[in-house]
Design a protein around this ligand. Sequence first.
Ligand code: LLP
Length: 417
Amino acid sequence: MDFFDYKNNQLHAEDITVKELAAQYGTPCYIYSRKTFERHYLAFAQAATNHKNLVCYAVKANSNIAVLNVLARLGSGFDIVSKGELARVITAGGDASKVVFSGVAKTADEIAFALKLGIKCFNVESVSELDRISHVANELNLVAPISIRVNPDIDAKTHPYISTGLKENKFGIDILTATSVYQYAASLPGLKITGVDCHIGSQLTEIKPFLEALDKVLALIDDLKANGIELSHLDIGGGLGVPYNGEAPPHPSEYVAHITDRLTDYQHLELIFEPGRAIAANAGILVTKVEFIKQNQDKFFAIVDAGMNDMLRPALYQAWQNIVPVTPRNDDTPTYNFDIVGPVCETGDFLGKDRLLALQQGDLLAQRSAGAYGFTMSSNYNSRPRVAEIMVDGEQSHLIRARETVESLWQGEKILP
Ligand code: LLP
């Protein structure tokens, strides 16, 4: 549930009309709801009542420091994949000891940065990475807590680009060889084995693949124990989906209950979740203005001021996200099946296709479920400044990232002498 609702025929973000926000901050802009972020975070954090757990919000979903700070204040941990994300967490007031570091290509510099800050764990994705972490830890005279990210070869039944737990994917270490990799890790100096990690994909709408992966990981934990390797945490990654278009993913509490039900014999293991989308997606909207209405024979286009550089998901994954009018028309404007397209010079530049709407030039539209993988995947393609981000908190709104200026586009560039 989120806090974007219609009242008096006006879309509201919490207690403010989106129309007012668009007038104040301009379009396009991302608008977030603090209450929604908090609600979604707490749905995870309060779900596992009978099992020690830590929610490590996946920063890549939405990494604005105001978002990270809202979650940090509630005690959230963070899942990061780069030095930049870790620096954001620290700047936002996050606690390094609640940070897990995922990703297949951690550099020596990133490892050193994270080690010095004292993160909770490195989720290791290859044998060479183990060697590198051991080397860096020794040089710094520090001990690196590690877990192995295993690849359980489970079909997450999601879009192929966001499926990560199949053996053909680049992620993790083949679960069948994991015990020997743990034994190798145990032989290296500077490492402390603390856990195991598994993330099989994103936007999963069924519980079954999660449980299949969990069963394989629990069998590995048993095998490790038989080989004298005891773990203290189990990180089951993120991936819980959201309803974009009528999907019915389990509620976080249901998802967590299914998992903890399997863990009665593993009470000693701290459970770590890495949700990104389930916390952020429906906590944000992308607001855009109709610049032109255009008809090509029997095809209607609403050309809006937000493009694929602002929201890449439809172009990249053919993702469907609801597009709604900010002020629904109740006049005699005709309704057509519109393709909602952006200003970018690419045929793939659309926010949505075949949307039945009554629209006129100048109308405002809101793309829903845009809080996750929206702004974070935006770019300056076509030399378009990145848009403003706004956080609504009850009756207050805050500009949490200023719209980029045109001059900032060539910052760091240089003309030859
Ligand atoms: N943990 C790891 C190791 C991950 O790789 C990811 C996401 C997450 C957690 C968070 O997953 P979530 O709970 O958000 O599903 N750009 C794509 C999604 C890519 C997800 C990448 N990894 C999209 O817009 O759908």
